[in-house]
Write a protein that binds this ligand. Structure first.
Ligand code: ATP
Ligand code: MG
Length: 232
């Protein structure tokens, strides 16, 4: 099922479907501070969207609101039902089992209703491990893994659940550009093959500009740009 050609970023994209998430004039307040203010934002099925902005701009707040971890104090939010779209978050707390090995963490993603066979799951796990260069470290316990390996395991585990949507908050913060590129290429491939929808928050506008996708930029809680990365 999973075929990935080395160093080849797919040029095409899944066709964009109906709206999955929508925020209308949504605000989130902590005390008197607005973490997010009057944000209008939507994500359609099959889109890859980068959310950029400096530290404190409101990226995590936006993603948490989309994912249902936060309800807005003002405005409206629309989220897909579980039947419409299975959404998997990758937030800074990676929620890995620290006493278990990388592989055990990955195997926890296996669902017999999602895969035709365990063999198919194992093949995907093996292929993702190979591409991300973690095959020789799968026996390492999470508590002994470095930040980059942990991020890769959390990323792989999310993908191995075969989600419809990934909400990823700085998924490559501990990784260099080469590894960030590999992750992006994998997401792109799942986007093309399975229509995966991705919202990816990063403080680095430069990183987002190197990849293809819609870019939205936040500043002081407000969404101030939405469009192609090359115009910002
Ligand atoms: N639980 C909280 N309590 C109080 N203030 C908060 C809380 N969470 C976020 N904030 C504030 O809301 C604003 C937006 O925070 P948010 O974490 O969404 O920004 P961010 O763009 O994700 O930043 P970073 O790049 O550092 O992750 C900041 O001013 C932050 O201090
Ligand atoms: Mg954040």
């Amino acid at each position: 099922m999973f075929d990935f050609h080395k160093n080849q970023t797919p040029r095409h994209r899944a066709s964009v479907g109906p709206k999955l998430f929508g925020l209308e004039n949504a605000s989130v307040k902590y005390g008197t501070t607005y973490a997010m203010k009057g944000v209008d934002f939507s994500v359609n099925r099959g889109e890859i969207v980068f959310v950029t902005g400096v530290s404190g701009a409101g990226k995590t707040t936006l993603l948490k609101t989309l994912g249902g971890l936060i309800e807005p104090d003002q405005g409206r939010v629309h989220r897909p039902s579980l039947r419409e779209a299975f959404t998997v978050p990758i937030f800074q707390d990676l929620k890995l089992f620290s006493n278990q090995t990388c592989e055990q963490n990955l195997v926890s993603a296996y669902d017999s209703h999602v895969y035709k066979s365990r063999k198919e799951f194992d093949q995907d796990l093996k292929e993702l491990s190979r591409i991300l260069g973690v095959s020789s470290r799968l026996e390492l316990k999470i508590k002994d893994a470095n930040g980059g390996l942990k991020q890769k395991v959390a990323f792989m585990r999310a993908l191995l659940t075969r989600p419809d949507v990934i909400l990823a908050d700085e998924p490559t913060a501990a990784l260099d550009f080469e590894n960030a590129r590999k992750m992006f290429d994998i997401l792109n491939l799942y986007n093309v093959k399975q229509g995966l929808t991705v919202v990816w928050a990063t403080h680095s506008k430069e990183l987002a500009k190197k990849f293809t996708g819609r870019l939205v930029h936040m500043d002081k809680g407000k969404l101030i740009y939405s469009g192609h990365a090359c115009f910002i």
